[in-house]
Design a protein around this ligand. Structure first.
Ligand code: HEC
Length: 141
């Protein structure tokens, strides 16, 4: 278990190093619409059609695991910078004891970025600004 966790953190470290400096997400209309479609096909079954999450997301399910949280700006997904959001989707939550499946074999990075662009088009402006500032600070580090 320890070895798996160490290996996982090395992967995360490498990913963070390469992706922190990656370009920002494209946010044009067609990317956002593409993101909406990919989200509906892959994520809405758990996170809800509008990314609203499971109403009981602050509590745990009967198996002791977290329920799918909102991604529409009302939860805490916006506390994660872009590299972390991408990692959550690529690797899912299973390696850290959660239940979200990984999407690294199913979706390409531009598709994941399109989903993030669509989700963020639903975030309140002040939440999005805070997220942008956090990303800017991280890039400067
Ligand atoms: C089988 C259900 C399921 C599917 C399908 C799923 N998720 Fe999740 N997701 C979860 C759960 C449950 C969590 C909470 C962490 C955990 O237990 O893995 C989560 C957490 C997240 C987080 C972290 C949010 C936070 O506030 O920390 C993001 C981002 C996310 N999911 C995005 C997605 C995207 C994008 C897709 C589709 C490509 C997707 N999820 C598909 C169940 C799912």
């Amino acid at each position: 278990m320890k070895i798996i966790l160490i290996r996982f953190s090395i992967i995360l470290g490498l990913l963070a190093a390469t992706q922190v400096f990656a370009e920002d997400i494209k946010r044009d209309f067609s990317t956002v619409m593409q993101g909406a479609k990919i989200f509906k096909e892959n994520c809405s079954v758990c996170h809800g059609h509008h990314g609203q999450g499971n109403p009981g997301w602050r509590t745990r399910g009967s198996d002791g695991k977290l329920l799918p949280p909102p991604l529409n700006g009302s939860g805490h997904a916006w506390h994660h910078t872009l590299p972390i959001l991408r990692q959550r989707v690529l690797y899912g939550g299973i390696p850290t004891g959660g239940s979200m499946p990984p999407f690294r074999d199913k979706l390409k990075l531009p598709e994941i970025d399109a989903i993030i662009a669509w989700l963020q088009s639903r975030w309140p402006d002040d939440i999005f600004k805070k997220w942008e500032n956090a990303n800017r600070l991280e890039k400067r580090r």
